[in-house]
Design a protein around this ligand. Structure first.
Ligand SMILES: Cc1ncc(COP(=O)(O)O)c(C=O)c1O
Length: 387
């Protein structure tokens, strides 16, 4: 942990819950992505963390943004992005959003059904479109399979329909699932894209865009079995070389969300209550599944530590961690082993830069964690959530 982050976490004046983001880490991670996949373009998945300073960092580096909604489009434009720097990989878009993307000259958008192709042709005529392939999500901690994506034959039919309706089919996308731990998922998905790519060429489509989505995991620094961006990048570059027709790929798009911002964040919380229930030891925190830790509800195992290292000598106890709200589903994790915890102790959730505040609501009146931004090119500053 770096010294500035450490001092903010240990400063008793830092209110809880707080989400502390270190922009140096985002910047370093951004550079690592580009070094691992030379020539690629990052379209940061805004949904992971739409903090304006995060979007600014990407736009300042001439990166791109991947958006899903009108509000994300507006935030991206506010951060200074031009339409050319923006893509939309949400397969379902409403007419207002389509019209606005069209007006702003958004570079391209995904389609994965005939209905969507027709809708795009109607509300964003002439747009560049790419088709989302359904790919294997086994091996990812949060699989996204099922809701979106088509097989190769359907992809070809969508390219044909898009062309017929005056759209410009430019390529393919996929998502291997979030926090994907299986490097082969990317390799197999790129192989599948290569097959569709060649078949599309036989039907007269000149593709030039391959979007390998997100899924890049966070946390190698504490769990070495988690693949690094360098490991994934090497496999991706080899797969592109092996399976995508040489000389045809102009844009290799990456859509990291968690992989870019996850490790930059620490969520600092306080223990506000304790109870023994039917033999289980419960800890109640001032952030829970509604105000910052929603992903744990989806089965994402949190990495959590007690801040006070002098307490390491306390006996180890297995806890059920719960949030502060009255809702019984507000349970963060069970069987979490920690030194014995006292009310008032502070805990830190690691890798909290993605899908924390973005998911949060002030349900029951419990606040969304405050943002604390470190190393943004000016002295660290604290802002209220939503600022
Ligand atoms: C289309 C799309 N792209 C990118 C992402 C970012 O994924 P991750 O945070 O796993 O990198 C998501 C996440 O749901 C997504 O739906």
């Amino acid at each position: 942990m770096n010294v500035l982050m450490d001092s903010v976490l240990r400063d008793a004046r830092t209110v809880t819950p707080s989400l502390i983001l270190d922009f140096n880490i985002i910047q370093q991670t951004y550079d690592r992505f580009l070094a691992a996949m030379p020539g690629s373009t990052i379209f940061y998945a805004v949904k992971a963390n739409a903090n304006p300073q995060v979007l600014q960092l990407v736009v300042d580096r001439r990166g791109g943004l991947e958006i899903a909604s009108l509000a994300e489009l507006e935030r991206s434009l506010d951060a200074g992005a031009t339409g050319e720097q923006i893509i939309c990989s949400n397969p379902i878009k409403n007419p207002l959003f389509l019209e606005r993307m069209h007006r702003e000259g958004v570079y391209a958008m995904t389609v994965d059904s005939t209905y969507e192709v027709e809708k795009v042709a109607q509300y964003a005529p002439g747009s560049r479109v790419y088709v989302r392939l359904a790919v294997d999500n086994t091996g990812s901690v949060l699989p996204l399979a099922g809701k979106f994506g088509v097989d190769g034959d359907e992809a070809l039919a969508l390219f044909d329909l898009a062309r017929e309706l005056g759209l410009q089919p430019i390529g393919l996308s996929f998502h291997v699932g979030s926090q994907c731990l299986s490097v082969n998922n990317w390799v197999n998905a790129i192989r599948a894209c290569g097959e569709v790519w060649r078949a599309a060429a036989e039907r007269g489509h000149r593709l030039h865009f391959l979007d390998i989505g997100g899924g890049f995991p966070a946390g190698h620094y504490h769990t070495p079995s988690i693949p690094t961006v360098e490991t994934i990048g090497a496999a991706v570059m080899q797969a592109v070389e092996d399976y995508i027709p040489r000389g045809e790929l102009d844009i290799l798009a990456l859509e990291p969300g968690r992989g870019l911002v996850g490790e930059s964040g620490r969520l600092l919380v306080s223990v506000v209550g304790k109870a023994k229930r039917v033999g289980d030891e419960w800890l109640y925190l001032d952030a829970g599944v509604f105000n910052g830790l929603m992903e744990t509800y989806e089965g994402f195992p949190p990495v959590v530590q007690l801040l006070n290292t002098e307490a390491d000598s306390r006996p180890r106890v297995k806890y059920t961690l719960a949030g502060p709200s009255c809702d019984s589903c507000d349970v963060i994790a069970r069987g979490v082993e920690l030194p014995e915890i006292h009310i008032g102790d502070r805990l830190v959730f690691l890798d909290a830069g993605a899908y924390t505040n973005e998911y949060a609501a002030a349900f029951n009146g419990f606040p969304i964690p405050r943002w604390v931004a470190l190393n943004v090119g000016e002295p660290s500053r604290e802002t209220a959530a939503g600022d």
